[in-house]
Design a protein. Sequence first.
Length: 215
Amino acid sequence: MTGRNWRQVATACGLAAPVVALGAILLATLLAAPETFTWRGRALSDMGRYEARTFRLFNGGLILGGLLGIPFAWRLWVASRSGLERLGVVLWIATVGLVGVGVFFIGHTEFYLGTDLHAPAALVYFGLAPFAQWVYGTGQILADERRLGLVSIWLGIVHPLAWLGWLLSRNGASDPMAWFAVPEMVAALAFGCWILVLAFGQYRQDARSRTEPAT
């Protein structure tokens, strides 16, 4: 396999990653029993509990989607034009947090490990994802890709806006954790859409390279 072919495979992984992860989450919300998940009363991770009928779908989708994001991170790394873009790729470790959410599902300590790692994995994902978008987007702007850079940055801004809106809506509410799944889903969509934008950009580059002699 040539280097060009490996890049094309990695790009395909980038296109597939958000489709797999977001598709699994959305499908799980439709299949989950009411006692397992409701938008008002539960977090998305409740669909990954062992006793839930969405256990395999939800956790498997997160794990596979996160793993598919890793080769695409390599694709972005080799295509990076500045230290800022490479730093943004380093912050791509957020996808490892996504894998961790699936591996360390709620209640995993009953089966393995004595320490609950679900919350730390979720914090890695939700905490690092917007920073990856801001940093990488800034690198894109400095590389004269102003439009794509602004898309990256604004999709990153969606994360704190979603969480801030949720926190403000909880002021004085009888159930402070109600609707927690909504900002989770918005943040996941913002990150997934960003990956798709980048992957389509790399796909166009790969398509152009196919018309050039292989190296």
